[in-house]
Design a binder for this molecule. Structure first.
Ligand code: NAP
Length: 238
């Protein structure tokens, strides 16, 4: 199929921009989701052929509806937009911080996914990739894994938002399996992006994480659904 389409939310920079670029190189027409038209426009220019700007703030219901109305059929949705405003443990995080984080990382994913479901249902092979985080793994959080700062209970709003996203990934996968959907969560690994200012020296190349998203976006019909996978394809424990 040469006319496949994809949407990547938060694709104006970071991991999302790399995912969008990789999808265009696979022949997709890619809607580069960006809440800021100028930043999104620059990313579209950088990515080049196949990239289209789609102004999309995942916390803005009216904007999501306008964006969804522009897309007739969608083969791949990558829910990548995310924020990590604080590293605080729960006792030092106000409810407002949880609300703000969940608004983007959880409610934003539900709103965008539901708005684009009709377009996804027009695809013969719909794929949804939710960009989660290894820090959301409750198993890793109780058996500290060297991939992230272990066990401290820090970044509670962010990590619990991604744990909620993991649960939603499973529920979407279960309810949409009969329609041919594959819905999976990706742990991209620690990457040097604006989200992780402290990781500039230690974070790995975000392009490598994007290849993990591409793999989940291109899953064959007998591929997994309702799973949580690292960027290199290995399963991550919930
Ligand atoms: P990033 O460079 O900060 O990119 C985040 C993207 O999300 C930006 O394009 C940002 O747009 C967008 N965004 C934020 N809020 C939005 C909203 N309300 N509506 C639409 N777009 C919004 O961070 P990144 O590292 O590439 O993160 C991408 C994803 O990977 C996130 O879900 C993050 O949680 C996940 N992740 C990253 C790492 C890592 O080590 N970097 C590790 C695990 C998981 P603006 O430019 O407008 O702010």
């Amino acid at each position: 199929m040469n006319d496949r389409t994809a949407l990547v939310t938060g694709a104006n920079k970071g991991i999302g921009k790399h995912i969008a670029r990789l999808l265009t190189s696979e022949g997709f027409t890619v809607y580069v989701g960006s809440r800021d038209p100028e930043r999104g426009g620059r990313a579209v220019e950088e990515i080049g052929a196949g990239a289209r700007l789609l102004v999309l703030d995942v916390t803005d219901p009216d904007g999501i509806a306008r964006a969804a109305a522009r897309v007739d059929r969608l083969d791949v949705l990558v829910n990548n937009a995310g924020i990590a405003p604080s590293l605080a443990p729960p006792a030092e995080s106000g409810v407002a911080e949880f609300r703000r984080t969940y608004e983007t990382n959880v409610f934003g994913v539900v709103a965008v996914t539901n708005a684009f479901l009709p377009a996804l249902c027009r695809s013969p092979r719909p794929r949804v990739v939710n960009v989660s985080s290894g820090t959301a793994s409750l198993t890793w959080s109780t058996s500290p894994n060297p991939q992230f700062t272990p066990g401290s209970g820090g970044a509670a709003a962010y990590r619990s938002s991604k744990a909620a996203l993991n649960a939603l990934t499973l529920y979407y996968a279960q309810t949409l399996a009969e329609d041919g959907f594959k819905v999976n969560a990706l742990a991209p690994g620690l990457r040097a992006t604006d989200l992780t200012p402290g990781a500039a020296a230690t974070g790995d190349d975000p392009a490598e994480a994007a290849r993990g998203a591409l793999h989940l976006a291109l899953l064959p019909d007998d591929g997994p659904t309702g799973g949580f996978f690292s960027w290199d394809g290995t399963p991550v424990p919930w």
